[in-house]
Design a protein around this ligand. Structure first.
Ligand SMILES: Cc1cc2nc3c(=O)[nH]c(=O)nc-3n(C[C@H](O)[C@H](O)[C@H](O)COP(=O)(O)OP(=O)(O)OC[C@H]3O[C@@H](n4cnc5c(N)ncnc54)[C@H](O)[C@@H]3O)c2cc1C
Length: 475
């Protein structure tokens, strides 16, 4: 697709003016320059003479990106990649498939071109990480030794932690989950299932006022805004045809968004809908699919005894089980690092990040094994779990790895950048960009406003930017 075609496609979008479309095109000249060909761009080797055997584990956004960047950074790269997947899922697009804006094929592409002939590709999964001996054992028993390791294994879903639920029930009994994917097989069934779910809710709303619950667990999740994206898009899917339902957002958290500015903006969005009830402190713990009952552990605080010394009331933590009937439920599963990491000494052994990869939040170097780095969702750092974070981490990881290969200190620092394109309705997005210090918008626009330009940018530009530019280490 060339620049003109892209502009035409953007203009076809009913809600976008030509002015906005042109403005949006101007935001990303790099996209146009890398859109010329339909295949991944191969990069000439250049740069440092540093040597050593590097093993990358994972075949997703972070892994492919560091692979491309290492090719640029090293003149004689010796890279092995352990990844099971021939196919790559563009996971941010799963929400657009759910909304009916993309087809499932738009978000799956071939991994082979990215991995290329110059890397040794072990099509398998790492099951044992043995950092004391610098080796990995795969599912099929291959032992892989390394000098330097980059872990990019992402997250693992735990639908089974919700009693009565298993992943194969998604798509039945009014249950959906946009997250459902199998990255080892390169599939993302939850996306299309959720579009069918949108249509089923719509159909039911023609004759009744169904109750729809959207859940969010207490664990870290990838793209923390996606549970709300589904909430607002499914509500708007009805609203567009003057239909309605009772929506409940049942979240284990205490507010809509961690940053107060974005939290306030989302509360305003909800006021506009007028049919959403928030149930905070509600963790989904069980499903009775036959009877359509969801059970939550509700944690809350009440006022306790008055403390005369401190001149204040004590706060007493309480919890109770709450069961809610529903007609439709969208479930965001609890998430954790993949088992191979959780069970290894590479993971944090205690604290809130227990089980996630123990890397320094700025250098992304392992805190106990200096020849190990992490990128992407697997990292046990306070921010991230977005492709946006991963994109910003790529140059840091590669730059710092090359430094230690040259026996120098890792100097580059990740600032915690992350981005959440919150789809507040069809055609509008709040582009929440922030880092360890707070809001960090890339463009001089009030980032608390839902904007059409961000919808078009996300829908039409981000997928090709990701596919042709980011995965090729060009941005
Ligand atoms: C529904 C949804 C919506 C999202 N929306 C957005 C968005 O709008 N914006 C945004 O920036 N991000 C979004 N994200 C998040 C984004 O997709 C991830 O943050 C990003 O893909 C992280 O990259 P990663 O490399 O860490 O993990 P992944 O891309 O998930 O890749 C992990 C890889 O590791 C492989 N793997 C796992 N275990 C092993 C093993 N033991 N051995 C070898 N390989 C293994 C997997 O097969 C996979 O290839 C969304 C994600 C989802 C699911």
């Amino acid at each position: 697709m060339d620049h003109e075609e892209m502009l035409k496609k953007i203009q076809e979008h009913q809600t976008l003016s030509r002015r906005d479309a042109l403005k949006m095109m101007a935001l990303s000249p790099i996209t146009a320059s890398v859109l010329a060909g339909g295949t991944p761009i191969s990069l000439a080797a250049s740069g440092s003479e540093a040597t050593g055997k590097i093993v990358i584990v994972g075949g997703g956004a972070g892994a492919l990106m560091v692979l491309a960047r290492l090719r640029q950074a090293l003149s004689k790269p010796d890279i092995t990649i352990i990844a099971p997947n021939d196919k790559h899922v563009y996971q941010p697009g799963q929400v657009f498939v759910a909304a009916g804006e993309y087809s499932p094929e738009d978000i799956i592409f071939d991994n082979t071109g990215y991995i290329g002939q110059d890397a040794t590709w072990i099509k398998d999964e790492a099951t044992v990480f043995d950092p004391d001996n610098n080796k990995i054992i795969t599912k099929r028993g291959t032992v892989v030794a390394y000098d330097y390791l980059i872990v990019a294994t992402g997250v693992q879903y735990h639908y089974e932690q919700i009693a009565g639920l298993s992943a194969d029930m998604i798509g039945k009994y009014g249950i959906s989950s946009v997250y459902l994917n199998d990255l080892a097989r390169g599939t993302a069934d939850g996306a299309a299932i959720t579009h069918e779910w949108f249509k089923a809710v719509h159909e039911a709303a023609k004759t009744s006022k169904p109750r729809v619950i959207c859940t969010q667990p207490s664990s870290p999740i990838k793209c923390g805004g996606s549970p709300q994206k589904i909430l607002y898009l499914s509500d708007d899917f009805l609203k567009r045809d003057k239909l309605t339902a009772d929506f409940i957002f049942a979240s284990a958290g205490e507010k809509l968004f961690a940053l107060p500015e974005i939290d306030a903006a989302l509360n305003k969005v909800q006021e506009g809908y007028g049919n959403i009830t928030n149930k905070f402190g509600h963790e989904l713990i069980a499903i009775d699919a036959q009877n359509k009952v969801a059970t939550f552990l509700h944690k809350y605080e009440v006022q306790g005894e008055y403390d005369a010394e401190f001149k204040e009331y004590e706060r007493v933590e309480k919890e109770e089980e709450v069961s809610l009937k529903y007609d439709f439920i969208h479930i965001t599963p609890p998430m954790q690092a993949v088992d191979a990491i959780v069970n290894s000494s590479l993971a944090w052994q205690k604290g809130t990040a227990k089980g996630w990869l123990e890397v320094d939040r700025e250098t992304l170097q392992h805190r106990r094994y200096p020849n190990v780095f992490g990128i992407g969702d697997v990292c046990g750092i306070p921010m991230g779990k977005t492709g946006g974070s991963t994109r910003h981490q790529g140059p840091i990881v590669v730059g710092n790895l090359v430094s230690i290969m040259k026996k120098q200190e890792p100097m580059l620092k990740f600032d915690g950048y992350t981005v959440c394109p919150l789809k507040t309705s069809y055609g509008k997005i709040i582009m929440a960009e922030f880092n360890y210090d707070g809001l960090a918008p890339s463009f001089p626009l009030d980032c608390t406003q839902p904007r059409r330009i961000w919808w078009a940018f996300d829908l039409y530009m981000l997928q090709p930017m990701y596919r042709y530019s980011m995965l090729n280490g060009l941005m």
